[in-house]
Design a protein. Structure first.
Length: 118
């Protein structure tokens, strides 16, 4: 299984290197269109290699997707926490009842030990 995982990541790395080598040209990334920038007298832009822009876009898309899923699954996580609290309370209650039952049947110590070990 480790070999498959390492092979997969090696292929992914090789693909990223090939994408980077194929897209080395410098591009200008603008925050707003030129006409609007000239109108406002503000034109925030930066020059980056194209592969950096591609990788930043993919990374931003992944982060937005992860955040979206985390928000979407909030209800399920809250429900699971509530169920876990309920289970913990029920386990405590069962242990208390077993302790009370073992105390009531103190005539036979062996049976009391067996009841407590369940």
């Amino acid at each position: 299984m480790k070999t498959i995982r390492y092979t997969f990541w090696a292929i992914v790395g090789l693909c990223l290197i090939l994408i980077g080598l194929a897209n080395r040209d410098i591009v200008t990334v603008r925050a707003m269109p030129e006409a609007l920038g000239e109108l406002l007298g503000l034109s925030p832009d930066i020059q980056l290699p194209l592969f950096v822009v591609i990788f930043i876009g993919v990374g931003a898309g992944l982060m937005i997707g992860f955040l979206w899923e985390w928000v979407r699954e909030h209800r399920m996580r809250a429900e699971a926490r509530g169920k876990a609290r309920e289970v913990a309370g029920l386990r405590r209650e069962v242990e208390q009842l077993r302790g009370a039952a073992a105390g009531a049947k103190s005539d036979d110590d062996v049976l009391a030990l067996l009841e407590k070990s369940r």
